[in-house]
Design a protein around this ligand. Structure first.
Ligand code: ATP
Ligand code: MG
Length: 204
């Protein structure tokens, strides 16, 4: 039998959703580590639309968060950025993100990468069962967050430890607001973009 008779090898597509306000090296290390461990062909970063968890705090404009994500990922041929959640408008639900990505990539297996903290919230949502069929979920550990009582569906979810980076976007925003450096916490181009656009200057 020739190669045309064999099952086509499915593309393995990682999906990393986030507010990315700003994107930082914790996000990038997590994506890189999961791509390696799970033999992913590509990781798509998907900045959220107006995030419902955070709308009281005020989130930076979507275009700024999108551009910082592009700047941070541009040099990695395995990384790309999708505008689907930003262009859909309104709050982002993971179930919509994954539906749309499955339509765009019908031939790919999806691996949704998320911090273990966020994983608990995702599966408390109403479409938990559908989510579970849409993608394999990979929860990455981050400092200060342990999965106490995950209540996650059996199978379909993997928990992995990534080299612990004690970086959060909240801390980066607060540092900028206090006039402290974020060099080496976020990529150089993102430091310069934050400065150029005067992001996070007011309230942290
Ligand atoms: P904020 O402090 O504003 O909540 P954040 O640092 O958690 O921001 P998000 O954009 O909310 O960043 O995170 C996107 C995804 O990346 C989430 O699933 C989150 O759990 C995960 N994540 C964030 N920081 C890290 C880190 N240092 N290591 C591993 N995963 C991380
Ligand atoms: Mg967060």
């Amino acid at each position: 039998a020739g190669p045309e008779d064999q099952e086509p090898v499915k593309r393995r597509l990682g999906v990393m959703g986030g507010t990315f306000d700003p994107i930082h090296h914790g996000h990038l290390v997590a994506a890189s580590e999961v791509a390696s461990l799970f033999h992913l062909d590509e990781v798509v970063f998907v900045p959220t639309g107006q995030p419902w968890q955070k709308d009281s705090h005020g989130v930076s404009p979507a275009e700024d968060r999108y551009l910082m994500t592009v700047i941070a990922t541009a040099s990695n041929p395995q990384f790309s950025v999708s505008r689907i959640d930003i262009d859909r408008g309104g709050p982002t639900y993971t179930v919509d993100t994954l539906r749309e990505l499955r339509n765009e990539h019908p031939d790919a297996d999806l691996f949704f990468i998320t911090g273990a903290d966020a994983l608990e919230q995702i599966f408390s949502w109403r479409n938990a069962q559908e989510l579970f069929h849409q993608a394999h979920f990979i929860g990455v550990t981050r400092p200060g967050h342990t999965l106490s009582d995950p209540g996650l569906p059996e199978g379909g979810v993997s928990l992995v430890e990534v080299p612990a980076l004690s970086i959060s976007s909240t801390d980066c925003r607060e540092r900028v607001a206090r006039g402290e450096p974020v060099w080496y916490l976020v990529p150089d181009g993102v430091v310069r973009y934050i400065d150029k656009r005067k992001l996070y200057k007011g309230a942290a």
